[in-house]
Ligand binder design. Structure first.
Ligand SMILES: Cc1ncc(COP(=O)(O)O)c(C=O)c1O
Length: 349
C-alpha cells in the first residue's frame, strides 16, 4: 500500500517539535523549566486528589476564577480560556483565524510550525542584528499589510528580550488580531493584560509551566475579548486540561508567595551567571529565566558538548539564518545548579 498517497501533502514539510534533551543524572537547563519545582501545596493537592481521576475534569470555572484573581481582577473568568499548555492555545488560535499570520525571527517556533501543520501562511520578519525589535521595520514590511494575525512573543524565546509596550499598542491600532505571548511574564513583570479591556483584537497567552513550576502537567491560559474566547471554545477539544492539572493550578495559585520567592532566586542566579558569561561571550539582555548567548569563537555544538561532558545540558541553536553568531540558550536553574554550571564554565572556557 502506498501510504504517501493518503498523507496531507504539506505535512511532509513539517518538522516535529524537538524538546530539550534530558538524561538521567544530568542538570537539565534546556527547556526553561523552573528547577525549584512546584509548591508543596501542589504536590499535596495532587496526592489528595489522585483517587478522583476516574472523573472527567470539571474544575475549569474554579481555575478561571483563581486566574482572574491572580490577574488582579482586571479580567473576568469569561475572558479566559484554559489550554493544555499555552502550546495548545496557539493551535486553537490558528484554528479559528484566517492567515496570513506574522511574527518575528527568531521567536518561539510553534507559531510557524503549527501554521505549517494547518497549511497556512506564516511570515517571519528578522529582528535587528542585536535581537531587538524594530517596530517601524515590522509594520512597514509589505507582508504586514497582508497579515491578519500577529504573534508577538514578549519576553521573547529564545532571545530573552521584550517588545516595548508602546510598540505593542502601535501594532494593536492596525486592523489585526495581536497575540502577545507572555509565557515568561513573571520574570519580567511586564504585561499587556490591562490592554485587553481596551483592544478587542488582543489575546494574551500565559503559562504555568515556567514560574509556577508545573510544566509536566500542561497548564496554560489565554485572555481576550469575550467574542474571541467564545470562538476558541468552539474548537477546543473537550476536557483538554486534565483534572490533576486543574488541582495543581488551584493549589499553585494559592501559593503565589512561593512562586515569587523562586522567581527572585532565579533572577539573582541569572545575574551571577550573566556576569560570568559576559567576561567571555556576548550575553543578551534577558527578561526571562534563561540567557541567550553568542558563544563564538566556539561553535554552539562545542559549547554544548563541553558542558554535556560535565553532565549539564543546555540548548544549542547554532547558527541562525541572517545572524552572525553561534547561539546557545541556558535556562537558569537553582542556586546549587547555577554554582555547578558557573564552575564548569569557568573551568572550560
Ligand atoms: C514563548 C513560549 N510560549 C509558549 C510556550 C509553551 O508553554 P506551555 O508549556 O504552556 O505549552 C513556551 C515554552 O517554552 C514558550 O517559550
Amino acid at each position: 500500500m502506498e501510504l504517501s498517497k493518503f498523507f496531507k501533502p504539506w505535512i511532509s514539510d513539517v518538522s516535529p517539535y524537538i524538546p530539550g534533551k534530558m538524561s538521567e543524572g544530568f542538570i537539565k537547563l534546556a527547556s526553561n523549566e523552573n528547577d525549584y519545582g512546584p509548591s508543596e501545596k501542589v504536590i499535596a493537592a495532587i496526592k489528595d486528589k489522585a483517587g478522583d481521576i476516574f472523573r472527567y475534569p470539571y474544575k475549569d470555572e474554579l481555575v478561571k476564577e483563581k486566574i482572574s484573581k491572580y490577574c488582579g481582577n482586571l479580567i473576568k473568568p469569561e475572558n479566559i480560556i484554559l489550554g493544555n499548555g499555552s502550546d495548545e492555545l496557539i493551535e486553537l488560535i490558528i484554528k479559528i483565524f484566517q492567515s496570513p499570520y506574522m511574527g518575528f525571527y527568531p521567536s518561539f517556533v510553534e507559531y510557524n510550525r503549527v501554521s505549517k501543520i494547518f497549511n497556512e501562511i506564516y511570515y517571519e520578519i528578522p529582528l535587528n542584528d542585536d535581537f531587538t525589535f524594530n517596530c517601524e521595520k515590522f509594520i512597514n514590511d509589505e507582508k504586514f499589510e497582508k497579515a491578519r494575525v500577529v504573534f508577538l512573543c514578549s519576553p521573547n524565546n529564545p532571545t530573552g528580550g521584550i517588545i516595548d509596550r508602546r510598540d505593542i499598542e502601535k501594532i494593536l491600532k492596525f486592523n489585526k488580531v495581536v497575540v502577545v505571548d507572555e509565557a515568561y511574564y513573571e520574570f519580567s513583570n511586564l504585561t499587556s493584560l490591562d490592554l485587553t479591556g481596551e483592544y478587542e483584537n488582543l489575546i494574551v497567552l500565559r503559562t504555568m509551566a515556567k514560574a509556577f513550576g508545573i510544566a509536566g502537567l500542561r497548564m496554560g491560559y489565554g485572555i481576550a475579548n469575550k467574542e474571541i474566547i467564545k470562538f476558541l471554545h468552539k474548537v477546543k477539544p473537550p476536557f483538554n486540561v486534565n483534572c490533576l492539572a486543574q488541582e495543581a493550578a488551584l493549589a499553585a495559585l494559592d501559593d503565589i508567595a512561593f512562586m515569587k520567592q523562586n522567581v527572585e532566586k532565579v533572577l539573582n542566579s541569572r545575574k551571577i551567571l550573566g556576569d560570568i558569561l559576559s567576561r567571555k561571550f556576548k550575553v543578551f539582555e534577558s527578561y526571562t529565566n534563561f540567557l541567550f548567548i553568542d558563544v563564538s569563537p566556539y561553535t554552539a555544538k562545542e559549547f554544548f558538548e563541553d558542558l554535556y561532558e560535565k553532565k549539564i545540558i543546555v540548548r544549542p541553536f547554532g547558527k541562525l539564518d541572517g545572524f552572525k553568531g553561534e547561539y546557545i540558550r541556558i535556562t537558569v536553574g537553582t542556586e546549587k545548579e547555577n554554582e555547578i554550571l558557573t564552575d564548569a564554565i569557568e573551568g572550560i572556557f
